[in-house]
Design a protein around this ligand. Structure first.
Ligand SMILES: Cc1cc2nc3c(=O)[nH]c(=O)nc-3n(C[C@H](O)[C@H](O)[C@H](O)COP(=O)(O)OP(=O)(O)OC[C@H]3O[C@@H](n4cnc5c(N)ncnc54)[C@H](O)[C@@H]3O)c2cc1C
Length: 496
């Protein structure tokens, strides 16, 4: 198994043995709910039957089971969690929080890096919306917004079908799709949002809208890359899927001095965004200790093995790998599992930042990257470079709210996770140092699904030229800003 976000796989395991922090070691799922500082008195709850909603307050025995968020630093304990099981329940909850002016957040898979689905007030939680209906004849899946990627992959694979989406099995479809959704079929089949045919959305007036190309087209446009939590609560998605029996998964590693690592990165950068669209690769760059760099290229192809091996020769002849290239044909669901890592819910201390590389990085830029990464402790940080191009680039930059299309080379995700709370300040400083070193070479473009509260102008960084239309859609569907969080689509464009 090979989880893209694992930072420890380049170094001997004894270098990386996590130092156990007893205060954090307890299973997140069993963690006692954090006491609320000042429990907000709630108005009488809406009159909904248990078949439509499960209300959980801190005193309820099941409250802790639903508490963990993927980013443990950002986890909040809501005064009320409403696990909605029907679209109607979502609409009633929206009406209730709006008319009572309550703070609330919308939660699906809970993988927001910055906890944008967390609230100390009310959590409208769509994890009760779990239906999956596969229409094999039309290659369509209709899916509740509380479904996880792995649940969806499994249901599709059982019918010989597949979907392009990310590698983490517990990510929720709602946040993932509405922010874009990049995975190991992205260059062959596009982003997750590119498959969307219709979204059912409860809007600020608690109306249930069906947004598709013909009905509510502006909302439909915004649902494809505008990010979650800004326009309403999606309850259901209809997504185009495709037959896929198997895929080739590959991986190859290097341990190199900085100058040779820079040469290899330049070769990857020249190849990955222009490679045959069958192939989606991720180049991982991390510190190896002693000033050296580890690099690992992983990926997937839906083409032939001979094509894949011929293409990868560029990398393996540029620098001799330290571990041999492996290419394995796996059934689609096994390929998903290969990159998924554990299927259990992650709840960890972490931080991520991102950059879109919109034109190839200069030699100085690549050298700066290596020089910034090399001195950090092995396992402390990984830069994941997700290749773009292929089918992602076939969609016009303004055809959906997701703006990073033709010309986008790759997305760098600066990622760190750790186990001891005492290490948090050091890890945050380290990731900021590497990220800051790259500022002179980067165009201030970031991925909304790798949200980052440090961004000085998040709206422009995430949405670029699509921001103006997104703001207009926000004004149209949510003029009083019922749906907001720290990085939601604003009602007006900030003047610099
Ligand atoms: C371990 C890990 C691996 C990841 N791997 C990938 C990857 O391979 N590719 C990739 O592209 N991204 C990846 N991501 C990022 C992921 O796509 C985003 O964090 C995504 O937003 C998570 O969606 P969620 O539903 O799980 O999160 P949540 O935290 O529940 O929601 C995220 C945002 O969407 C909003 N939202 C939630 N539900 C709804 C709804 N029903 N209607 C409207 N808004 C809603 C929330 O309010 C919040 O603003 C990864 C993240 C993690 C933590």
């Amino acid at each position: 198994m090979e989880h893209p976000l694992r930072v420890d796989e380049f170094v001997p395991s004894n270098d990386m043995a996590p130092v156990e922090d007893k205060t954090l070691a307890a299973s997140a799922a069993k963690a006692a709910p954090a006491p609320l500082a000042a429990p907000a008195p709630l108005p009488p709850l809406p009159n909904l039957p248990a078949s439509e909603v499960q209300f959980l307050r801190p005193s309820d025995p099941q409250y802790a089971d639903f508490l963990p968020a993927s980013s443990r630093r950002k986890q909040l304990a809501p005064a009320l969690r409403a696990i909605c099981k029907t679209e109607h329940a979502v609409a009633v909850m929206v009406d209730w929080v709006r008319s009572n002016r309550l703070n609330f957040a919308t939660r699906s898979g809970g993988h927001s890096y910055e906890g944008l689905s967390q609230s100390t007030g009310v959590a409208i939680d769509v994890r009760g919306l779990t239906q999956i209906t596969v229409d094999k004849a039309s290659n369509l899946v209709t899916v509740g917004s509380g479904v996880t990627l792995f649940q969806l992959y499994s249901a599709l694979a059982a019918q010989g079908l597949a979907l392009q989406a990310g590698s983490c099995p517990t990510v929720g479809i709602a946040g993932h799709l509405t922010g874009g959704g990049h995975g190991l079929l992205a260059r062959s089949h596009g982003l997750t949002c590119d498959g969307l045919r219709q979204a059912n959305v409860v809007d600020a007036q608690a109306r249930i809208l069906q947004a598709n190309a013909a009905s509510q087209p502006d909302l439909f446009w915004a649902c494809r890359g505008g990010g979650g939590g800004s326009f309403g609560i999606a309850t259901q998605f209809q997504i185009g899927v495709f037959p896929l029996k198997s895929a080739l998964v590959f991986g190859v590693s290097w341990k190199l001095p900085q100058a040779r690592a820079a040469k290899l990165f330049a070769v990857w950068q020249d190849w990955a965004p222009k490679a045959p669209s069958n192939i989606t690769s991720i180049m991982k760059v991390g510190p190896a200790g002693g000033g050296q760099i580890t690099m690992r290229c992983i990926g997937q192809s839906v083409g032939s093995e001979s094509e894949l091996r011929a293409e990868l020769k560029r990398l393996t002849t540029s620098q001799a790998p330290s571990s041999a290239l492996t290419v394995t044909s796996l059934a689609f669901l096994d390929a998903v599992k290969h990159f998924a890592g554990p299927l259990t819910y992650p709840s960890e201390l972490m931080k991520a930042k991102s950059d879109y590389v919109l034109s190839p990085l200069s030699a100085r830029g690549i050298a700066t990257m290596m020089a910034a990464v090399a001195p950090t402790a092995p396992g402390g940080i990984v830069l994941l470079c997700d290749s773009y191009g292929g089918r992602i680039a076939d969609v016009a930059a303004n055809a959906t709210a997701f703006p990073r299309r033709a010309g986008t080379q790759y997305c760098i995700q600066y990622f760190s996770s750790w186990s001891r709370a005492a290490d948090t300040p050091g890890r945050l400083a380290q990731i900021a140092k590497v990220y800051n070193a790259m500022r002179p070479f980067m165009p201030d473009a970031s991925y909304v699904n790798y949200c980052d509260l440090d961004l000085p102008d998040y709206a422009r960084s995430y949405w670029g030229d699509n921001l103006t239309r997104l703001v207009a859609v926000k004004q149209q569907y949510d003029p009083t800003n019922v749906f907001h969080h720290a990085q939601s689509v604003p009602l007006a464009i900030a003047v610099a």
